[in-house]
Design a protein around this ligand. Structure first.
Ligand SMILES: Cc1cc2nc3c(=O)[nH]c(=O)nc-3n(C[C@H](O)[C@H](O)[C@H](O)COP(=O)(O)O)c2cc1C
Length: 340
């Protein structure tokens, strides 16, 4: 495992070695074993709370993760549904987290304001993930500890504005004073160096990690991802205002056909988008059906590896990228001082 080479507000806040977060992966994909591998590789990971399974599943995953990380902190991802009762469902889980070593929560979806007091009382760090800088301002106002801004290239929910990660990173770094995580399309260490150079404190990865050995998803899914060049993602559900970047499979094409026919009725979409289809695809390796969150960073996920090997590679690449910048520099701070 690489030693710590970068210290940022996020590495300090979370007590982690590297400025890398591995975001929650649903439904039920980022489990205790995977998150423990992420944490043991010096990063922060998030067990996904919204799985098709029940609360017992989450309890079991938290216990397993805790047993594998040797006292290190780990996280849970809470997707807060905008539908009635969404925040209440998450609030009920907080005592379980507080009692079992969870130190950090990645919230996404609706504003976390309704569950923030309970998380604070439990001493849990809250990082709210948003798809545009304007929502990061709102999150800062409600009092989260840090924000994650993901751009249009992200696997999963890129929001309705679809502004790229390059623009959002510079924008967020300029306008947001909280510790900042950025994501969307990040798959190499050169991205990490660039994000930190632009003012971010860490990155979040999703698609790049889908080839991790420790993930339970079917080996043929990982092998398939490893062959793809990143052109296979498509944004669907735009008419529902619930933009979703997924693998372009049969279900995605069925959903696009509904959009092309002008339907904005969720009931038409339901048979194609239920989480059970995605869970089945990950279990069996048959990728034809289900909304399978997936982004163009797949082009960098070209072999199945352990989480630790992926992280080591990312850190080596980040250092190489920053050395490249050093080599390109023709005016050093010393010769500016000398010229003055
Ligand atoms: C398979 C998969 C499932 C995901 N599920 C969730 C989820 O349940 N909740 C969430 O907040 N983000 C989810 N995400 C988003 C990731 O946590 C992360 O923000 C995103 O993948 C970063 O963009 P990237 O895929 O370009 O690296 C998912 C991403 C992937 C690839």
């Amino acid at each position: 495992m690489r030693p710590q080479v970068m210290k940022t507000r996020i590495t300090e806040l979370l007590g982690i070695r590297h400025p890398i977060l591995c975001g929650g992966l649903g439904p039920g994909v980022s489990d205790g074993k995977y998150v423990a591998a992420v944490v043991n590789a010096g990063c922060m990971g998030f067990i996904v709370a919204t799985s098709p399974a029940d609360e017992d599943w989450l309890e079991h995953q938290i216990a397993m993760c805790r047993s594998l990380v040797g006292g290190k902190g780990f996280g849970v991802n809470m997707y807060i549904s905008k539908l009635a009762g969404g925040a209440d469902r998450m609030r009920k889980l907080i005592p379980l987290l507080a009692d079992n070593g969870v130190t950090c929560v990645e919230t996404a979806g609706a504003s976390p304001d309704a569950i923030l007091p309970a998380l604070r009382e439990a001493g849990i760090v809250v990082i709210h993930k948003v798809p545009a800088v304007r929502y990061a301002h709102t999150a800062a106002r409600v009092g989260v500890d840090a924000v994650t801004v993901v751009g249009a290239d992200c696997g999963g929910h890129p929001g309705t504005f679809l502004i790229g990660t390059m623009v959002q990173t510079a924008h967020a770094a300029r306008d947001i004073s909280l510790p900042l995580v950025v994501g969307g399309g990040i798959g190499t260490g050169s991205h990490i160096a660039a994000a930190l150079a632009m003012g971010a404190d860490a990155v979040v990865l999703g698609t790049r990690m889908m080839v991790s050995e420790e993930l339970w998803v079917h080996p043929s899914y990982k092998e398939h991802i490893a062959q793809l060049d990143g052109t296979q993602s498509v944004v669907v559900k735009k008419l529902l205002r619930d933009h979703h970047r997924v693998l372009n499979n049969e279900s995605a094409r069925d959903v696009l056909a509904l959009e092309n026919a002008g339907s904005a009725d969720f009931e038409d979409y339901r048979p194609h988008v239920v989480g059970a289809l995605a869970h089945n695809a990950y279990s069996t390796g048959d990728l034809r059906q289900g909304m399978l969150d997936f982004g163009p960073a797949a082009v960098f996920a070209n072999k199945v590896q352990s989480v630790e090997a992926i992280v080591d590679e990312l850190i080596d690449e980040a250092l190489a990228a920053s050395q490249r910048l050093d080599k390109l520099r023709v005016v050093t701070s010393q010769n500016i001082v000398a010229a003055e």
